[in-house]
Design a protein around this ligand. Sequence first.
Ligand code: CS2
Ligand code: MG
Length: 391
Amino acid sequence: MKIRDARVIVCSPGRNYVTLRIETRSGLSGIGDATVNGREMAVAAYLRDHVVPTLIGRDAARVEDTWQYLYRGAYWRGGPIGMAAIAAVDVALWDIKAKAAGMPLYQLFGGASREQMSCYAHASGANLPELLDHVSALRAQGFRAIRLQCGIPGLPEPRDSPAVPAEHTWDSDAYLRFAPGMLDAVRCAVGAEVALLHDIHHRLTPIEAARLARAVEPLNLFWLEDPTPAENHEVIRLIRRASVTPLAIGEVFNSIHDVHALLREQLIDYIRVTPVHAGGLTQVRRIADLAALWQIRTAFHGASDMSPVTFGAALHLGRTLPNFGIQEYAGHPSQADDVFPRAWAYSDGYLTTGEVHGHGVDIDENAAARFPYVRSYLPVNRLADGSLWNW
Ligand code: CS2
Ligand code: MG
């Protein structure tokens, strides 16, 4: 099963996605997602200029060896761009392997541990009434776990611009004055049974995060996410000592080496890596197994910049893992439905994989061509004095 061709497809059906298709001489093909939000063309170039030429003629069945070849063989290890490129190859090869075996991918990973994966949606609002409306709408769609994000009174409305990074204003004191009441208001509105989550997006100092985690303990949150900048793991100890509010970290990690201290010291409760940004299914399986040693569960990153292809991969893996926790599901722009035909589906608070061979997601390249790439950036945050902060 030699690789005949591989090509990168960059499209923007409502937002940018980078997809790799690998074709074999036997006629089977598979796809993988390589999207890094706001830096899409860097991965596309890495794949086109450096990775694809080394794939032609390789045996598509050698998933592990290809992973090692791209990781060790580059000498320069890790990083979001390189690991997203490896992920795209890895997921495409697993897709091909499962199609060749005539099985849905979850069967290759040991078969189903569950039939459906619980998921959480995103509720947001410029203010509390808007947030509460959004929560009600999601509850009506069956979601039993909801992430809450809300505009902070007194801060200027964020203005987004696709051309240059939009500049938002951040004020940790204003946030800390507002956030506990905001979370409490939603808890009062929905009752005890809905799982409520909140993402701090790396914006607090350790002591601020500890204070917040302690203050919201009575609300019984499902988790607080990314309380402090994720690259410094030592500071999580301070938050952990102060509070038993569960913590979820890891969406920006791309290596098993980024996570093992957090896991070993039981500093987190949910690990947020995703196949696309953490080197594909080959490495994320290892991370999930390592996490299981300390009863830490998975919560693969599933914002809308994880393409439907990454969802296919993540859901097939999630279906098998003994320590699957929850899958984030922020949805995708409706135009992406035409570009990415898929077997996975949402219904009543759960996601299912479907039973199509492979990971069950394809790309319609003609449809993709109707949505050319649009340069776009994630916003940046500045404090009132002009200093740059974490967005
Ligand atoms: C967020 C993401 O889903 C999450 O938890 O942190 O929306 C994140 O901001 C984006 O995926 C960045 O590309
Ligand atoms: Mg997050």
